[in-house]
Ligand binder design. Sequence first.
Ligand SMILES: CC(C)(COP(=O)(O)OP(=O)(O)OC[C@H]1O[C@@H](n2cnc3c(N)ncnc32)[C@H](O)[C@@H]1OP(=O)(O)O)[C@@H](O)C(=O)NCCC(=O)NCCS
Length: 232
Amino acid sequence: MSLTDINFEAIQKETSVSWPGIEHLRAACLGLVIFDLETLSPEEEGLFTTRELEKFLRMGRQRRKSFKAARVALKILSRRLGLIKKEVPDYAIETLGPDNLKPCLAESGLYCSVSHSSRFVVAVAHRHPVGVDIEGVSDRIQRIQHIFLSPGESQMISQSGLDFQVAATLVWSIKEAAAKALGLHLFQAVREVRVVKMGKEESSIRVQEKTYPARHIQGHGQVIALVTIDDL
Ligand SMILES: CC(C)(COP(=O)(O)OP(=O)(O)OC[C@H]1O[C@@H](n2cnc3c(N)ncnc32)[C@H](O)[C@@H]1OP(=O)(O)O)[C@@H](O)C(=O)NCCC(=O)NCCS
């Protein structure tokens, strides 16, 4: 049994029990893996490719945890999607893109995205460009709202009936997910992506004269946003 198989069992339980609404996100993409960072085994041996290990060894303790969680999530996703033969070991599944920044799912050519908060990691795969973001709901986002909320978005939040802190975190998270899906710099996304409709689980964004859906859920004091750039 490989390291990811062990984590896989814990994750199966975790996702089905603790995240009502996750099926809504799962249905909008090709695959999704989410788990609590605490369910990770402390072992690293046999997990990383050479490039992943080089990057990991240059990181501090906290960052190592999230980087490793992202690798485990992406390797599980690659296996779950049948991209990897069973006999291929975890250390042969590449999850670090050629730029050493963006994630990948082995050599599959599928799109993917990953995000971590202090508690969870979430990874998604899709046939079209995709971005995911998970954020803890806190007053940190509320404090910087003037940087990323347009007047229109502030007004929409006030009229949405949603808790302001949750809704503002949601807008931030949607913009981060959109940045990843569209390959925009985060600052550019903050400026150019506009949340034009806000629903309980589905919103719409407008960017570069196009409209895309943004799906989202809340739970455990977190929000998760998923942006897909499907052929609309
Ligand atoms: C990319 C960025 C938005 C991620 O935000 P974050 O809140 O720090 O972290 P998240 O947990 O949500 O996401 C981190 C993951 O995003 C992925 N990522 C990094 N750069 C990325 C990029 N340019 N495009 C898509 N995904 C990227 C990585 O897989 C990373 O996890 P890992 O390093 O453990 O593999 C952030 O690093 C940032 O602001 N960078 C500035 C440069 C920038 O804006 N780049 C392009 C926008 S995506």
